[in-house]
Write a protein that binds this ligand. Structure first.
Ligand code: EPU
Length: 433
C-alpha cells in the first residue's frame, strides 16, 4: 500500500476557486457493472470508467477468477468471463474491498458454489453480511464455515431457485447482488424493502438491455424473472458519480467564486441541493451541470445552519455526511448531524475539532456543529474514503498548511483528485512515498 500524502495550502477563508469540475463515472455503479460480467456468456464493455483503486481491484479479482479484463486509456473496460472456473475469492483482495461480496451471488448462481472470507472495506461500522447469507439460503443454497473458520462456503449444486426476499434494511449491495443472482435462478424472485439508489436502477437498465427481465428497480419492490446467462447488447456508459458531484458542490459553496460542476445528474442530488438552498447557497441547476456564483468577498458565515439526517436514497446520502459537516463548521448557527446508516461514521469529528471546529459529539450517531469557526491547517490521517475527501476540503478552507495522510483511501474512490482540484485554483501537491 503506497503511503502518499497531500500537502495543501489553505485559502484562509478566501473565496477564490474558479472554473469547471468535471464529474467522473460513479465508483459505486461501475463496481457492480463489472461484477455483473459474471452473469454474461459474452464480453461486456463499459465506458466512462473512473481510474480509481477500487476499480483496479475489482478488475484484479475478476482476473484472479479467470476473467479476461482489459482497461484502455480512454475510460473503457471490457470483461469476458468465458473462462472463469474458480469459485474461491482471493483472500487479500476480498478482505480489502467490501464490494467483493457482490460477486459471490453471481458465482454461486452460475457455478453452484462460492467461498470467500468476510469482506473488508472502509472502517465504518460492523458491516455484517447476514442478509446475503439469509438470501442465498432462501434461494436454496447451503451455507457453512470452512474448517479453518476463516471462510464462508456456500453450495447450491442444483442451482438457485427464485424466492421472496425481504430485506430487514434496504441495503444497496444486497439489492444489487440479488438482482444479478436472480437472473440466473429458476423462476421468479421478488425483492422487498429493496434499496432505491440510482446505481441500482442503472444496473437494472444495463441488465435489461442485455436480455434480463427485471422490473421495479428504483422502487422498494423489484421482480426478476430468471432466464439464464445474458448476452451483451453493446457498450454501456457508467453513470456520473453523485457523491463526487455533491462533494464538489459543497466545496464550491465553501470556497468557490465561480464554479461549475459538469457531467453530473442533478436529479440524483436533490437532498443535497435542497439542504444547500435552505442554508442560503444560490445554485443554478442545469440539465447536467450545477453552478455556484458568489461574490469574491462573501463569507460562508452568511449562510445559515441546517440539520442533516442521513437516509437511504432519496434521503441525504451517508457518503456526503462528512463533507457537509465541514461546510456546517463555516456557516452561522447550530446544525445537528444525525448519521443513521453506519456506526463509526462520525469518527473524523475529533480531527476537525483539532483544526478549530466546534463539534460536540452527542453519541455514536449524532454530533452538534456550531459555526462559524476558523479552521487551522494540521496533519491529518483520513479514516476512510469519504472522510478523507472531507479533510481535503477542510484543509482547503483552513489557514496555513495541512498534510493529509492515508491518501490511499482517497485514491480508492476519486480519480486524480489533486489534478482536478489544482485546475480550479487549489494549492495541493502529492508527496509521493
Ligand atoms: N447491512 C446489514 N447486513 C447486510 C448488509 C448490510 O446489516 O447483510 C447493514 C449495513 O451494516 C448498514 C446498512 O445495512 O448499516 C446499509 O448498508 P448497505 O448494504 O446499503 O451499504 P453497502 O451496500 O455496503 C453501499 C456503498 C457505500 C454507501 C452505502 C449506503 C458500495 C460499494 N458501497 O454500501 O459506499 O455508503 O451503500 O449508501 O456501493 C463509499 O462509497 O465510500 C461507501 C461506503
Amino acid at each position: 500500500m503506497k503511503k502518499d500524502r497531500f500537502l495543501i495550502t489553505g485559502l484562509g477563508g478566501k473565496r477564490t476557486l474558479a472554473g469547471e469540475l468535471t464529474v467522473s463515472g460513479a465508483k459505486n455503479a461501475i463496481l457492480k457493472l463489472m461484477a455483473s460480467s459474471l452473469i454474461f456468456k459474452t464480453a461486456v464493455t463499459f465506458s466512462n470508467v473512473p481510474e480509481i483503486e477500487d476499480v483496479r481491484r475489482m478488475g484484479e479479482m475478476l482476473q484472479d477468477l479467470g476473467a479476461a479484463v482489459s482497461f484502455d486509456r480512454s475510460g473503457f473496460v471490457s470483461i469476458s468471463t468465458e473462462n472463469v472456473k474458480k469459485t474461491t475469492l482471493d483472500r487479500e483482495i476480498a478482505k480489502r474491498m467490501r464490494s467483493s461480496i457482490i460477486v459471490t451471488g453471481p458465482l454461486l448462481a452460475r457455478f453452484g458454489a462460492v467461498s470467500f472470507p468476510h469482506p473488508g472495506g472502509c472502517v465504518i461500522g460492523d458491516r455484517p453480511i447476514d442478509m446475503f447469507l439469509e438470501g442465498y439460503q432462501k434461494m436454496g443454497a447451503v451455507v457453512s464455515i470452512s474448517k479453518t473458520g476463516e471462510d464462508y462456503e456456500i453450495k447450491a449444486p442444483n442451482g438457485l431457485v427464485g424466492a421472496e426476499i425481504f430485506f430487514r434494511i434496504p441495503s444497496v449491495t444486497n439489492t444489487e447482488t440479488f438482482m444479478m443472482t436472480a437472473v440466473l435462478a429458476w423462476g421468479r424472485t421478488v425483492l422487498q424493502n429493496a434499496a432505491m439508489e440510482p446505481e441500482i436502477e442503472s444496473l437494472a437498465e444495463f441488465l435489461n438491455k442485455s436480455g434480463a427481465k427485471i422490473s421495479g428497480a428504483g422502487t422498494p419492490t423489484i421482480t426478476i424473472e430468471g432466464g439464464g446467462l445474458l448476452e451483451s447488447g453493446g457498450v454501456f456508459e457508467t453513470m456520473p458519480d453523485r457523491i463526487e458531484a455533491g462533494s464538489f458542490l459543497i466545496l464550491a459553496a465553501l470556497a468557490g467564486k465561480e464554479i461549475s460542476i459538469t457531467h453530473c445528474e442533478p436529479r440524483h442530488l436533490i437532498a443535497l441541493t435542497e439542504a444547500l438552498r435552505e442554508s442560503g447557497v444560490p445554485l443554478e441547476i442545469g440539465k447536467s451541470s450545477i453552478s455556484v456564483s458568489l461574490p469574491k468577498n462573501m463569507p460562508v458565515s452568511d449562510f445559515k445552519s441546517v440539520n442533516i439526517k442521513t437516509h437511504e436514497y432519496p434521503g441525504f446520502p451517508t457518503d456526503l455526511q462528512a463533507p457537509m459537516t465541514v461546510f456546517l463548521t463555516q456557516v452561522t448557527g447550530e446544525s445537528l448531524i444525525h448519521e443513521t446508516i453506519f456506526e463509526n461514521r462520525l469518527n473524523y469529528a475529533p480531527d476537525l475539532v483539532r483544526m478549530g471546529a466546534d463539534i460536540k459529539v452527542w453519541d455514536a450517531h449524532r454530533v452538534l456543529v456550531t459555526g462559524p469557526t476558523i479552521l487551522k491547517g494540521r496533519e491529518l490521517f483520513g479514516p476512510d474514503l469519504r472522510a478523507g475527501l472531507a479533510y481535503i476540503m477542510a484543509a482547503i478552507i483552513a489557514e496555513g498548511d495541512s498534510i493529509i495522510n492515508n491518501v490511499y483511501f482517497i485514491d480508492r474512490g476519486y480519480s486524480k483528485i489533486e489534478e482536478r482540484l489544482a485546475a480550479v485554483g487549489v494549492s495541493i501537491e502529492r508527496l509521493a512515498e
